[in-house]
Design a protein around this ligand. Structure first.
Ligand SMILES: Cc1cc2nc3c(=O)[nH]c(=O)nc-3n(C[C@H](O)[C@H](O)[C@H](O)COP(=O)(O)OP(=O)(O)OC[C@H]3O[C@@H](n4cnc5c(N)ncnc54)[C@H](O)[C@@H]3O)c2cc1C
Length: 404
């Protein structure tokens, strides 16, 4: 593949670059706002100028851009690493493509533009205590009552549920059929009576995700996406987009910061970078990063041919996340005693390595654990035999649970 921009792509890049230069919010502009206000300000500004969710059709708030233009925009926006955001990623990256593929036209027109503008935030109510990697084993149930469904059960690890306006939800509507066949998919208003959100405190001290309880929550049947019993197929749309949006993970800024650190701290009175063992480790990570970069280019080539990158996206997460964890751990060792101090003002690199060290274990789990990523690569990229699926074809309510 030719990695240079075509003339049209170069013109698009220039336009994006110029707009970002003139419009990216300054530190002073954001100073008195909290993170949510900052994020909403930036998202709305992009939306008003036609730079939000640029791949979406114009009638739903996008720009009708190509996949490559989206990549170019992402590359240019990434040059401003301090821009606020992140709170919209589940709604825009996972809920919206699912709505686009499965929702009624009136719902697309009602919800997509507000997702693009950042006015409304969505969360993903999939995982449960008994249904994570094995999502189809979920137990939250929905029973039909007239034109409504009554939901009872519990979700867990729901990122952003505490500030979300809407959620996408998979539930069991028929326990008498095999697990994948008895699911249905809805979207719901998070302020519905009977929805209770309880924050979960993380290792890092933050509380970004939640337990969400449903007690007789009523959802109109009109908010169902797909047919009753087709929830698994609709979920696949969401999960494919989740994998595509997580992908990557080259731990770029951490590697540059680690290089800087190795030049400032000392081992035996010499800069650490002169130590052979340190150099060997840095070289190893550099090679892995190059591998990830070219794997990313492979996905880009697929996009430029109009194909959708598939299971190979799992490689980025499986390699990138443990590597970022190893680098953070190594950096903290290089800092010796002060590696244990996590302080934005006093720690080298403003506490970046300590923050990564705390956050990466979650990243290695979210959106598919390391083991699940390895399974996907084994089965779907390398074509190895599937692992045994003992509950295949058995009605869900007859699958042994060990509960006696
Ligand atoms: C930071 C973060 C944010 C999240 N946000 C959301 C969210 O917004 N919405 C949402 O619905 N969920 C969210 N999750 C949940 C996430 O999707 C699940 O945690 C994940 O799918 C794993 O499920 P589990 O926690 O039930 O672990 P389990 O599936 O119980 O796995 C436990 C262990 O067993 C291993 N294992 C399981 N099955 C296999 C297998 N077949 N082969 C080999 N090993 C296996 C796993 O790798 C893991 O080590 C989030 C999680 C994290 C950490």
């Amino acid at each position: 593949m030719d990695f240079n921009d075509t003339p049209a792509e170069a013109a698009f890049r220039e336009e994006a670059r110029a707009w970002l230069k003139d419009n990216a919010p300054t530190e002073a502009e954001l100073a008195d706002l909290n993170f949510m206000q900052q994020s909403k300000l930036w998202q709305k500004r992009k939306y008003d100028a036609g730079w939000a969710c640029i791949r979406w059709p114009k009638e739903y708030g996008g720009r009708g851009a190509t996949a490559i233009e989206q990549v170019i925009w992402n590359q240019e926006e990434a040059k401003y690493p301090d821009l606020p955001g992140g709170v919209f990623s589940i709604g825009q990256g996972m809920a919206a493509p699912t709505l686009m593929a499965w929702a009624k036209e009136e719902h697309k027109q009602r919800y997509l533009p507000k997702l693009a503008s950042g006015e409304e935030i969505w969360c993903q109510l999939f995982s449960e205590p008994a249904g994570g990697s094995d999502l189809a084993a979920l137990r939250t149930k929905a029973e039909k009552d007239g034109d409504e469904w009554v939901i009872n059960g519990q979700k867990i690890w729901t990122s952003g549920a505490h500030y979300s306006d809407y959620g996408i939800l998979v539930v069991r509507t028929d326990p008498n059929v095999p697990k994948h066949k008895g699911l249905s998919y809805f979207f719901l208003d998070m302020k519905s009576p009977g929805v209770e959100t309880k924050p979960i405190k993380q290792l890092s001290g933050d509380a970004n995700f939640n337990e969400v309880y449903f007690t007789d929550v009523r959802i109109p049947d009109s908010q169902r996406l797909g047919e009753v019993g087709q929830g698994w197929q609709v979920s696949i749309t969401t999960l494919m987009n989740e994998r595509a949006s997580i992908g990557g993970g080259g731990a770029g800024s951490d590697f540059r910061a680690l290089l800087d650190l190795a030049q400032t701290v000392t081992i035996n009175d010499k800069p650490a970078i002169e130590d052979a063992a340190v150099r060997a480790k840095l070289a190893d990570w550099h090679c892995k990063r190059s591998g990830l970069k070219y794997t990313g280019y492979r996905s880009l080539s697929a996009l430029s041919r109009g194909e959708t990158p598939g299971p190979e996206n799992s490689i980025g997460k499986l390699v990138g996340a443990p590597m970022a964890q190893d680098m953070a751990s190594f950096a903290m060792d290089l800092m010796e005693m002060s590696g244990a101090v996590w302080d934005e003002e006093d720690s080298p690199a403003e506490g970046l390595f300590q923050a990564t060290f705390m956050a990466i274990p979650g990243f290695r789990i979210a959106g598919g654990t390391d083991e699940i990523m390895a399974n996907i690569i084994a089965e779907r990229v390398l074509g190895m035999p599937q692992e045994p699926r003992l509950d295949k074809g058995i009605p869900f309510n007859e699958v042994p649970t060990g509960a006696g």
